[in-house]
Design a protein around this ligand. Structure first.
Ligand code: DON
Length: 367
């Protein structure tokens, strides 16, 4: 109880040290009721009845109206296309589109398809990294994987060849190195450890989407090649085929935008889940994780994303993106069609729109 109070005070003092514009500075209000007349069936719910001590610098009504506006603005955008190198992903309805925001107080803003379970794919990577930061610490990640952006696509073999190492934990090579560092006696135990840690982040049960796993496992030769290449440089820390399989299973875990928003809000809340109150990552490791997400989360699009959104984020070819506004909330966008870097077009646009409207970039001097 005391530690919960202490962490709430810490986040509260972070939040009050900020000076937002008057328009965005309303104290968080009780949630608005859903307007059933809106075509997107927007809803605002309060999933945590706990004490609400953190001023997130914007009212829930304002957040809801921005989420609604973002959804309305981009729902008919037909740019991009579903990933098809994993055949099953090509079959997911392209029109799906959801936006979900969860605050550090546990308040939830939703619009659109926020309860559709999609493959987490690369959005899983920062959460496995979180386990390593908790168990092994930053120095071990730095030494065994690295924290530098590659400037290259997520599945680049050239980056591994150039550095004789994985380079960072958010590209496929580094994510497999991360999986290999998870302390477990068997591949089964390794996966179960990852899954149950993710469940703590989501504060919900999660399961593998079997059809996606089977589709990816049948076609993941490129990742197997990366795993063996890393192994040849002494930079993979368990059997390459087993690691690649556990990584593939990790990527096939199904999450909804609502569950992913809880996972992101845990990072926004300094490593403590706002719904369960459980601490999942020591506070001092959170800035390291967020820094890696900012510099590497969009692969070869990370610089542009830092300029245009300015938020630590992670994308996945399942169409999900999570962005973290430290001390305040997480924004999740989900929609399957991707741009040329493998990042959801509608989710990027929606998050960027909300970030611009609220001046959320970490570099604008107000955060
Ligand atoms: O390893 C892969 O190719 C997929 N399981 C994940 C790739 C991914 O999500 C890239 N992110 N945008």
């Amino acid at each position: 109880m005391l530690s919960k109070l202490r962490s709430r005070l810490l986040v509260a003092s972070l939040a009050t040290s900020l000076s937002w514009t008057a328009a965005n500075c309303a104290v968080a209000q009780p949630p608005a009721t859903a307007d059933s007349s809106t075509p997107t069936q927007a809803t605002t719910t309060q999933e945590q009845a706990a004490d609400k001590t953190v001023d997130i610098g914007v009212s829930l009504e304002k957040l809801q109206s921005l989420a609604d506006a973002a959804h309305q603005k981009f729902k008919d955008d037909t740019d991009g296309k579903n990933a098809d190198y994993i055949p099953e992903l090509a079959k997911i309805p392209s029109e799906l589109f959801g936006v979900c925001i969860m605050t550090v107080n546990g308040d939830v803003i939703t619009v659109g398809d926020v309860d559709y379970s999609f493959a987490i794919e690369s959005v899983s990577k920062p959460f496995t990294l979180s386990m390593l930061l908790r168990d092994d610490g930053y120095e071990a990640v730095l030494e065994k994987i690295g924290v530098e952006p590659t400037g290259l696509p997520f599945n680049s073999v050239a980056a591994v060849e150039l550095h004789k190492s994985a380079v960072n934990p958010l590209v496929n090579a580094g994510a497999m190195a991360s999986v290999s560092m998870v302390d477990a006696d068997s591949p089964k135990a390794r996966f179960e450890k990852i899954l149950s840690y993710f469940e703590e982040f989501a504060d919900d049960d999660l399961t593998v989407i079997d059809s996606i796993y089977e589709s990816e496992a049948a076609t993941n030769w490129h990742n197997k090649g990366i795993a063996w290449l890393l192994d040849s440089y002494g930079k993979l820390y368990a059997d390459p085929d087993e690691v690649c399989d556990v990584y593939t299973k990790q990527c096939s875990i199904g999450v909804t935008a609502r569950q992913l928003a809880t996972m992101g809000a845990t990072l926004a809340n300094g490593g403590q889940n706002p719904k369960s109150g459980k601490r999942l990552l020591p506070t001092d490791q959170v800035p390291k994780l967020l820094a890696i997400m900012l510099s590497c989360g969009f692969y070869d699009g990370s610089g542009q994303w830092a300029c245009e959104a300015g938020l630590p984020s992670k994308t996945g070819v399942g169409g999900g993106i999570v962005s973290v506004v430290p001390g305040r909330f997480a924004i999740v966008g989900f929609s399957p069609p991707l741009d040329e870097h493998g990042n959801s077009v509608r989710a990027q646009n929606a998050i960027k729109y909300i970030a611009e409207e609220l001046e959320l970039s970490l570099f604008n001097g107000r955060n």
